[in-house]
Design a protein around this ligand. Sequence first.
Ligand code: GLY
Ligand code: MN
Ligand code: MN
Length: 435
Amino acid sequence: MIKASEYARRRRQLMRTVGEGAVIILRAAPERVRNHDVLYPFRQDSDFLYLTGFREPEAMLVMVTGDRDGRSILFCREKDPVKEMWDGAMIGLEAAVEEYGMDEAYPIGELERRLPELLRDRVRICHDLGRDPAFDTRLIGWLNEFRGKPRRDFHAPDEIVELGHIVHDMRLYKSRGELTAMRRAARVSADAHILAMQACKPGLNEADIHATLVHHFMREHCETAYSPIVGGGANACVLHYIANNAPLADGDLLLIDAGAEYDGYAADITRTFPVNGVFSSPQRELYDLVLEAQAAAIDQVRPGSQWEDIHEAAVSVLTDGLLDLGILEGNRAEALEQGLVDNYYVHKTGHWLGLDVHDAGDYQVDGHSRELEPGMVLTIEPGLYIRADDERVDARWRGIGIRIEDDVVVTRDEPEILTSRVPKVASEIEALMAG
Ligand code: GLY
Ligand code: MN
Ligand code: MN
């Protein structure tokens, strides 16, 4: 688990980054009603979690920066024995200070009274306008009150700075503690994929395999990081397929995109394998091509590479392979120039990974594709998707969807693949499924 001292270090780093005279305001995620008095399971806002480790709703983090360390103040719910009887233990003000390392904690009900005082005489507010319009209206109201007072009494802050931008840049560089959590999420996810391969056989339903994955996540005290995709046959060509309720047919492939979340950190793995344990020859030809594209892209995961280098490496291999197989026609230069691969590969080759599956952080800096640096974590996930009704290609390719996705850490030298436990070489998958 990420320690309280690490959360405190992040807050100090943030306060140093924004500089003296600022007040930082960040709200916990709201609870969402599913229906009537039933709520969706609560998931903390990732920026809030990153800075506090605090997993309750109805909370507000306020940090007041000073010439040295500044103060972290948490507004949260007070412990309430009646509520605890219904919903379980609450954290409360005392533990917010003792266990979560806050300098001060106050009941959330006192926000209205205390926050205006904390805004007073600050030169800068760091806050994400627009995430909570009702709160923004209150904030503007307080600022207008200041503006109405004589200047010697109050000084309204001069600027409002987008907080998310600063926090998201911090979140890009994973600490040792974060990498430990991510290795665990990756391991649990990888084991779930292995169990799914072992369980799979014709006649089962996608839902059976979905259950196998979630069963393992829960046993390992993990959440699902996102809705798993379990798509047999042509369902694999639906990029965000989550119905997961069709029978698994002999002779089809199964694409599984599923990842666990541990201590807030996500894994994101995709494997594609034959429902009956043996690839057909067209399946195998396309599969090996995607795997080769993935290897070329992973090889780019090094300090100094740019995002576009990664995608181009995958596109280059896929283009060559599709020309060889006769799925694309023409010469290589034209195919690349015209982006013909886009007919069968509509997404990018990866994304940042962390507290969010599609993690925060810019992909472009000053108009240029961002360079990778040690400590960044990303997915590498090329694919090919040939729809069942695609008459441009020979019938044997139709209805095949393939993606292979691993989680990779940028290090000073070789990329560290967090998810390599799950087989992805076709013969190794077949051996596992035969076993
Ligand atoms: N699981 C979503 C993705 O692969 O991006
Ligand atoms: Mn992904
Ligand atoms: Mn995925």
